[in-house]
Design a binder for this molecule. Structure first.
Ligand SMILES: [Zn+2]
Length: 373
């Protein structure tokens, strides 16, 4: 992947390239940033630049043998590690590498859930154990194929268990010559402090709304400019979230959420139960997108209620709703509503029964909306 294919982050790209050109290549770097920000594609572009035979000031060449191999993630000096589900026999990444390559080439902004789905392992836990850390160490002990750097990309190292993390720490402390570790994390708080302290931080911010809406317009040509902008704002720079909303139809999320809240406000149990049926049929990814969207919308209502309308980013119909609904909020119930949505999100991730979960949330919401009045 070339830097040119990575969305946004112009200043950061220039800084990364500048560092390489000036010979400042830290042997362990942590590309950290929120979901959907593009820290994985950025790390892969960095690796390609490092391995390219004829890089220029702006990017890797894209045509040398190294670049051609990197574009397929098949460079012999690129080593990959990522979370997998363990079987009786398999506890290392090697057998999963073709799947991972295919997934990341098709959607380099991927996350753990999408990766799990592509493995058709819905209910299995993805992890990284000590065998994977050993695998990383073993691969890096080999001689470089092309005589240059050996690059180890470790995706989501926060999912390493403690023995694995300690083993990795050892590799970071006693690196093989010409070895570069690129750790790519969405949740660096979960990393061992000792690992954090061994890496150079590369902070990757969320994408800008304009960047997200541009991607949406090219992926979904039927979207209007206004809708693309609205989705980009809602997704808060998370490209995966934005795509998920666009796929569902951005109107639908809003309409579902608004009408459900109305039913809760009116304490209409039968209606709420119909929403529960719909929720169940949505599938886990869409359920999460809906709850995330709800959190976004409630946040907008809270800004409105607290009389800081300059922070409200809703437009059109959404803004109209925010203005009306915020009148039902008070500091007493706003926090409760937010906590309810977050709690449900966590339960969806843990595979709770969606219909029961949704009804439970609906009853609580009815209570909370009464409280505010
Ligand atoms: Zn090249």
């Amino acid at each position: 992947m070339q830097f040119a294919k990575v969305i946004g982050h112009a200043a950061l790209k220039a800084k990364l390239i500048g560092n390489i050109r000036e010979g400042r290549v830290a042997h362990a770097q942590l590309f950290m940033g929120p979901r959907g920000c593009g820290n994985l594609p950025l790390a892969l572009a960095y690796a390609q630049y490092l391995l390219c035979e004829a890089p220029d000031v702006a990017d890797s060449c894209g045509t040398c043998p190294s670049c051609l191999q990197m574009q397929k993630l098949e460079h012999p000096d690129l080593h990959l590690a990522f979370p997998i589900f363990f079987t009786e026999k398999v506890k290392v990444c090697e057998p999963f590498i073709p799947d991972w390559r295919a997934k990341v080439i098709a959607e380099p902004y991927t996350d753990l859930d999408h990766w799990r789905e592509s493995l058709e392992s819905e209910n299995k836990q993805l992890r990284m154990g000590v065998d994977i850390a050993q695998e990383v160490q073993r691969k890096l002990s080999l001689k470089s194929f092309r005589g240059g750097y050996k690059v180890s990309v470790i995706w989501l190292p926060e999912l390493m268990d403690v023995p694995a993390a300690n083993k990795l720490l050892k590799s970071l402390e006693e690196p093989e010559p010409n070895t570069v570790f690129l750790l790519v994390s969405n949740d660096p708080d979960q990393l061992l402090a000792t690992i954090l302290s061994r890496t150079q931080l590369v902070k990757v911010p969320a994408l800008r709304p304009g960047e997200v809406s541009e991607v949406l317009r090219s992926k979904f040509p039927e979207l209007s400019a206004e809708d693309a902008q609205m989705i980009a704002l809602r997704s808060e720079g998370d490209l995966l979230e934005a795509i998920s909303i666009a796929q569902q139809g951005e109107e639908e999320l809003f309409v579902f959420f608004r009408d459900w809240l109305r039913a809760c406000y009116g304490a209409k149990v039968a209606e709420a139960s119909e929403f529960g049926e719909q929720f169940q049929k949505m599938g886990r990814e869409n359920q999460k997108a809906l709850l995330n969207y709800g959190l976004y919308l409630i946040r907008q209502c809270v800004f409105q209620e607290q009389a800081v309308p300059e922070l409200v980013r809703a437009i059109g119909e959404e803004l109209e709703f925010v203005r009306k609904f915020s009148a039902l909020l008070s500091p007493r119930n706003a926090e409760g509503i937010r906590a309810e949505l977050e709690r449900s999100y966590v339960h969806v991730e843990r595979n709770a029964n969606p219909k029961l979960l949704f009804m439970d949330m609906s009853y609580r919401m009815m209570g909370l909306l009464r409280k505010g009045r």
